[in-house]
Design a protein around this ligand. Structure first.
Ligand code: NAX
Length: 325
């Protein structure tokens, strides 16, 4: 057995947190040989519910779970944390405009960025799930000057997985054979799911699909999948979101699959002419806790247009909270 690692989950009594905590504690994120200390953060009114989660975690008797800390103090939750999944966020309420949502969450992620800076392990790797995820990650990062900005990432893996699943159904192929899917941009309805580089058994799939299907069905279906789940379930995606969060952290730390890549929201370094200073989803390859953006992909005019639309939205989100950066 290795030494335990400290993993913080915020919003741990919420829908996604309730799925995540058990999967991480049972070794599904970092393997059965990696003991975990869970550090769970909630707002004060949710502490009784969080206590229930702790009791259930104990009742699982997971051999990989070394300890659980439950708290409403961010300084305690991030103390020496090596990994953090920032899930807790303010949901969009009735009558709230996009900018109201951005501002409400900006406060949460400013405070958590500072707590990470003051308390966490210097090498901490962070995944932001709470929406608006890309801009929340930017805010947290800019409030944590002592942590490498590259260690703040946002989740577009759910969109990536949804795109693979949708294509897999269309061409009647197991999802594991579908490689090199890309989500560009924001985790929002402007995201661009790009299949131009997708291969199945090392062959392009372009001759198996039509332009009409791509533009009228595939892209809108992936972009709107979150809304479709809410309509069907009466609640937003939770188990699939937790599953994607596990995939994101697993691949980042233990490596992405051979001959493939994954999508992660990461700070733009100017690749593909995307403006530095925003967190944008790119295709990345991961190895031993590091990631690199896949370079030199050829882009059609259609792709460039779509990538720009989602970039513009992220620049607008940043402008709305600029004074907090
Ligand atoms: P829930 O409302 O079920 O849970 C959120 C939890 O966060 C609550 O228990 C709440 O008490 C807690 N919380 C709120 N403010 C907090 C703070 N300052 N510190 C600590 N905890 C706090 O939402 P859930 O369905 O779990 O979704 C969580 C977030 O994930 C939402 O922002 C949601 O929009 C976002 N999502 C992001 C996805 C992505 O792909 N990036 C997909 C799924 C999901 O929609």
């Amino acid at each position: 057995m290795k030494n335990p690692v400290r993993v913080t989950i915020t919003g741990a009594a919420g829908q996604i947190g309730y799925q995540l905590a058990f999967r991480i504690a049972s070794g599904q994120m970092f393997g059965k040989d990696q003991p975990i200390i869970l550090q769970l953060l909630e707002i004060t009114p949710a502490l009784p519910a969080l206590q229930g989660v702790v009791m259930e975690l104990e009742d699982c008797a997971f051999s990989t779970l070394s300890d659980v800390i439950a708290t409403d103090d961010a300084n305690v939750a991030f103390k020496d944390a090596e990994y953090a999944l920032l899930v807790g966020a303010m949901p969009r309420g009735p009558g709230m405009e996009r900018n109201d949502l951005l501002e409400a969450n900006a406060k949460i992620f400013t405070q958590q960025g500072k707590a990470i800076n003051d308390n966490a392990n210097r090498q901490i790797r962070i995944l932001v799930v709470g929406n608006p995820a890309n801009t929340n990650a930017l805010i947290a990062s800019s409030n944590a000057p002592n942590i490498d900005p590259r260690n703040f990432t946002a989740m577009t893996r759910l969109d990536h997985n949804r795109a693979i699943a949708h294509l897999s159904k269309k061409i009647n192929m197991d999802s594991e054979n579908i490689k090199k899917m890309t989500i560009w941009g924001n985790h929002s309805a402007t995201q661009y799911p790009d299949i131009d580089h997708v291969t199945v058994n090392d062959h392009s799939i372009k001759n198996q699909i039509t332009d009409d299907w791509l533009k009228d069905e595939f892209i809108p279906a992936v972009q709107q999948r979150g809304a479709a789940i809410i309509k069907a379930r009466g609640a937003s995606s939770a188990a699939s979101a937790a599953s994607a969060a596990i995939d994101h952290m697993h691949d980042w730390v233990l490596g992405s699959p051979e001959n493939d890549w994954v999508s992660m929201g990461v700070p733009s370094d100017g690749s593909y002419n995307i403006e530095p200073g925003i967190i944008y989803s790119f295709p990345v390859r991961c190895h031993q806790g590091e990631y690199e953006i896949i370079q030199d992909l050829s882009l059609s005019e259609f792709s460039r247009d779509r990538m720009q639309i989602t970039e513009t939205e992220l620049r607008e989100e940043r402008a709305a909270i600029e004074e907090l950066l």
